[in-house]
Design a binder for this molecule. Structure first.
Ligand SMILES: Cc1cc2nc3c(=O)[nH]c(=O)nc-3n(C[C@H](O)[C@H](O)[C@H](O)COP(=O)(O)O)c2cc1C
Ligand SMILES: Nc1ncnc2c1ncn2[C@@H]1O[C@H](COP(=O)(O)OP(=O)(O)OP(=O)(O)O)[C@@H](O)[C@H]1O
Length: 338
């Protein structure tokens, strides 16, 4: 399938630095006469980890040197959700991914609406059919493991050969690694599933954060002395391994130290109203129902347990809250962005 320019105008989104996400034709590309001379990085960028940041930094540097604009070319939905029978859980929603990319220092974010027809294209169809109406590509930056097209047939060597005939320089960068292992979104998902929060934070270059609206739980926390916000997280977003964590809850410009339980509480496993993510915000009093809460994970404290009595559960949870208080204090910190 080929895309008409009208379709591209409708379907592609462009985000400029700190300016949110805008549709092509209404924003960044307006000032250019014809396709914009560009240095591009391509990929999904789920999680925007340290390897992705390095790649984007190199792309921006190269663009400055050449006098081109730096553009991230990414996809919505995540190709994995279109082509895979068993898509992986994600580290970020598409909305959060585009927002993070638009704040990463590149000049623009070009979002390719991904469907089976795009999946079937090879690199020639993708670069010359989909991107050429907008970008006069001068250089391409990807990781050395990058593959494009049906069954990943177009690897860096294939793309570089095509580029060399068109004066397009193609860089397949060595992958940034951590403790001898390449940092990838797949690896970070695996670390999360094992509760390896320190490794996750190091490889993301920041703490892992999930978000959701606060819903109602069983309403028993308050009676036990530790009210909890039950955060409803999109089931496609990955949570760390079930257990108890220290972290922060972000709300309206404040970061509240938080004691967090992930997973259905073993003591109340039979209740349909138990939440998969609950946070006790230290020092907070008030109503959180319906609020959009972000929760970060700074340290794994222990597995969630079944106790012999509610009194024992209360004692242990109070111990967790004390630990969080020692780590992060017992009142909110004002922050520039939440
Ligand atoms: C820091 C923390 C630790 C928790 N640890 C456990 C646990 O080990 N076992 C368990 O069954 N529930 C645990 N919970 C969940 C509580 O049982 C739950 O928050 C309480 O029952 C209130 O739930 P509700 O808000 O749905 O009424 C923990 C909750 C928090 C905030
Ligand atoms: N550690 C890394 N160092 C440098 N570049 C990387 C690294 N990881 C990924 N890239 C590159 O960043 C771009 C976006 O990567 P992609 O979205 O495929 O990420 P990924 O982390 O490898 O994800 P997944 O594990 O889900 O395949 C690609 O060009 C990819 O090759």
């Amino acid at each position: 399938m080929t895309y008409s320019i009208a379709e591209l105008r409708r379907d592609f989104l462009v985000g400029a630095r700190a300016a949110g996400v805008r549709r092509i034709g209404e924003g960044f590309f307006d000032g250019f006469d014809g396709p914009a001379p560009a240095s591009i990085a391509i990929g999904v960028f789920d999680g925007l980890h340290v390897g992705h940041s390095e790649l984007l930094g190199r792309t921006v540097e190269d663009a400055r040197r050449r006098g081109t604009i730096s553009v991230v070319v990414t996809f919505d939905p995540d190709p994995d959700q279109v082509v895979s029978r068993n898509p992986s859980l994600k580290l970020m929603s598409v909305e959060d991914r585009l927002r993070a990319l638009s704040l990463s220092g590149v000049d623009a974010v070009l979002v390719v609406p991904f469907d089976r027809s795009v999946a079937a294209l090879d690199h020639v169809g993708f670069f010359e059919g989909v991107l050429a109406p907008y970008l006069d590509i001068r250089s391409i930056h990807v990781g050395s493991d990058f593959r494009l097209g049906a069954r990943g047939a177009s690897n860096v060597n294939v793309i570089a050969r095509w580029g060399s005939q068109r004066s397009i320089e193609v860089f397949g960068h060595d992958l940034v690694s951590d403790q001898g292992v390449a940092v990838t979104a797949t690896r970070i998902r695996s670390l999360l599933s094992k509760g390896e929060i320190d490794d996750v934070s190091r490889e993301l270059g920041r703490t892992y954060v999930v978000r959701g609206a606060v819903g109602s739980g069983r309403g028993q926390g308050t009676g036990m002395g530790f009210p909890t916000a039950n955060v409803i997280v999109d089931p496609m977003i990955q949570l760390p391994l079930d257990g108890v964590y220290a972290g922060y809850a972000y709300l309206d410009g404040f970061a509240w130290p938080a004691a967090v339980n992930v997973g259905i509480p073993p003591m109340f496993a039979q209740s349909k109203r138990s939440a998969r993510l609950e946070a006790n915000l230290l020092g907070f009093s008030g109503d959180l129902y319906g609020k959009d809460l972000k929760v970060s994970f700074t340290k794994r404290l222990r597995p969630s347990c079944h106790f012999d009595s509610i009194a024992q559960l209360i004692e242990v949870v109070n111990g967790d809250i004390e630990t969080v208080s020692r780590l992060h204090g017992d009142s909110a910190i004002r922050i520039a962005h939440d």
